[in-house]
Design a protein around this ligand. Sequence first.
Ligand SMILES: CC(C)(COP(=O)(O)OP(=O)(O)OC[C@H]1O[C@@H](n2cnc3c(N)ncnc32)[C@H](O)[C@@H]1OP(=O)(O)O)[C@@H](O)C(=O)NCCC(=O)NCCS
Length: 182
Amino acid sequence: MSLHSVKGFLSPDFIIRAAAQPWELAGVRQLRHQVFVQEQGIFDTHDRDAIDDVALPLAALSTFASEADQVVGTVRIHECSSRVWRGSRLAVAQSHRRMGRLGAELIRLAVSTAHGRGCDRFLAQVQIQNVTLFQRLHWTPLREIEVHGVPHMEMQADLAFYPPILDPFAGWKALSVKRKAA
Ligand SMILES: CC(C)(COP(=O)(O)OP(=O)(O)OC[C@H]1O[C@@H](n2cnc3c(N)ncnc32)[C@H](O)[C@@H]1OP(=O)(O)O)[C@@H](O)C(=O)NCCC(=O)NCCS
């Protein structure tokens, strides 16, 4: 047996909550850099913008011995006009994609948190390859657009499927329902 083919253990327990601790906020910045600068090349040097000054960052945290350990997923939300909210910079670490429904859980926390803060319209600019994922989560395509030179779809969430969450910092535990194929 080749040891090179053995994948490292990934704990199947995750915590989904608003990021508050300095290490969580640093982890969010690092993950966004990995995904949007290094992996996707959408930005040359960094992906920060003015929305970060007002947005609430949310995180999916891996665990070690049941304690929060590392940021492996993130999204941010902000109110862009009265009662209209937007989600952006959704990212899950490559090592954790399609294993814990982390993207779906982050979208749930994002929309439900906004709903709990008075949102009556929640929008996102979704990369085209992810439109099916959002449609399965009760989002409607509105129009095709280009953002940073990349094709996107403006989409709107159906708030009926996202009951209000009043305290996103409390969050919840999520359990991976399947492991990535070996
Ligand atoms: C898009 C992204 C956040 C999805 O995160 P993820 O944790 O892998 O997704 P999930 O595991 O929560 O997916 C939920 C379900 O949708 C499916 N799914 C995931 N990505 C999908 C896609 N692009 N198209 C169709 N289905 C998809 C999953 O297989 C899963 O199916 P299941 O319910 O049958 O198990 C992740 O792939 C990512 O970070 N990509 C790079 C950055 C990016 O594209 N950001 C989004 C900008 S709009």
